[in-house]
Design a protein around this ligand. Structure first.
Ligand code: GLA
Length: 387
């Protein structure tokens, strides 16, 4: 905090107003992969890693945004139309600003300084974290009276319309609604949600980063969305539905041959059964059945790998190596896929062995070094006040 405030003064001048500081976490999804944009269930939790934003007004109409993580700086006139700038990180805050303007909010001149400790592009929602911290801070400073759900929707729209990534609502929701020691069981169609206690007792959630570059991940993600939409169109000829998640497993089995293309059928198969696994996982968690929870995590991974085809060799090697370590109940890819991280449920006393064995074998099999993080479910987006 004090370093961030000091840097703020160094960058924007000693005479700049004392900034307010907000924080938004990243998230890890425990189960319910690629179901959110299909109106299904997800079970993420916000994590202790995240993005800090120091923000203060200026006396002119400029917006200056810096990051301690990236060299790219933006300096724009707030009265001119906002445009996307290449693939730069600033598109996330700029997209949120544009959505605020679209809702009739008049922005003012501001200085913004970001700092994040979420591994970037690793499927832990570093982008949703930057969007939500921006939305939250603008809402506070400008007195807009948007509620958390409004800010979640604004952030998702920023990513869909400004950045061009057709993501669902899970990431922004977990970042906005997350609570300490709780997972967020969300119905992505109705946005009804339940905070489920993460009583893991002798176990911890361990995140393992493949450190593989996620090439073409955004275009492949958008392609999966289209495949699911086509499956809905095919099925709707027989059974009018808005999204795949309206179908029970039984109903799906009885009409699945209406999906003309075999690939589309596999995609739909994943979504329908993943919804059931997510509901079963919540039941298992509430009933303290961590063995069952872990089995569902493995099943989720294999379905994402074989039916939805969003995994990659590196993620599969991590899950395979995790499955061989004593004390591991479950492991799966988390996030969009094609690289990024796995999340594993590991007995606390086995964590050291897990890191050593999985790390060593992963390196031997892929030539890459894995990074490990122990995830704790933390609070969602908030302002950080001086002690
Ligand atoms: C990315 C997207 C989310 C979700 C996941 C897959 O993280 O941003 O909306 O679709 O992939 O579960």
């Amino acid at each position: 905090m004090s370093k961030l405030k000091q840097e703020f003064k160094n960058i924007f001048g000693q005479s700049a107003d004392e900034p307010r500081v907000c924080f938004a976490p990243g998230r890890v999804n425990l189960i319910g992969g690629h179901t959110d944009y299909n109106g299904g269930y997800v079970l993420p939790c916000s994590i202790q890693y995240g993005t800090l934003l120091a923000i203060g007004f200026r006396n002119d109409n400029k917006v200056k945004a810096h990051s301690l993580n990236f060299p790219f700086i933006v300096e724009i006139d707030i009265d001119k139309p906002l445009h996307k700038i290449g693939n730069e990180w600033v598109n996330f805050p700029l997209g949120v600003m544009k959505e605020f303007q679209g809702k009739g909010v008049r922005l003012k001149g501001m200085n913004l300084l970001f700092y994040g400790d979420i591994p970037n592009g690793a499927g832990l929602s570093s982008s949703a974290s930057v969007e939500m911290v921006t939305a939250y801070a603008l809402n506070k400073l400008l007195g807009c009276n948007f509620d958390t759900i409004d800010m979640i929707k604004i952030s998702q729209l920023a990513e869909n319309d400004f950045v061009g990534m057709n993501c669902g609502i899970m990431d922004q929701f977990a970042v906005g609604a997350g609570k300490k020691d709780k997972a967020v069981f969300l119905n992505c169609d109705t946005l009804d949600y339940d905070l489920v206690p993460l009583a893991l007792k002798a176990y911890s959630l361990v995140i393992t980063n493949t450190n593989k570059r996620r090439e073409l991940a955004d275009s492949k993600y958008n392609e999966r969305r289209t495949e699911c939409e086509t499956a809905v169109e095919n099925l709707s000829a027989t059974e009018p539905i808005r999204n795949l998640s309206e179908l029970t497993m039984e109903k799906f089995e009885s009409i699945k041959n209406k999906i003309t293309d075999i690939v589309g059928r596999k995609r739909a198969n994943h979504v329908i059964y993943e919804n059931q696994r997510t509901m079963d996982a919540v039941k298992a968690l509430k009933g303290n059945d961590l063995n069952k929870f872990g089995k569902l995590m493995f099943q989720s991974h294999y379905s994402l790998k074989d039916d939805f085809e969003v995994s990659c060799d590196e993620l599969d090697v991590l899950v395979d190596e995790a499955s061989k370590v004593k004390g591991v109940l479950g492991s799966r890819m988390t996030g969009g896929g094609f690289g990024g991280c796995t999340v594993s449920l590991v007995k606390k006393e086995s964590i050291q062995e897990f890191e050593e064995t999985v790390g060593k074998n992963y390196f031997e099999r892929t030539g890459l070094k894995a990074d490990f993080y122990i995830a704790r479910a933390g609070e969602g987006v908030r302002e950080i006040l001086d002690q």
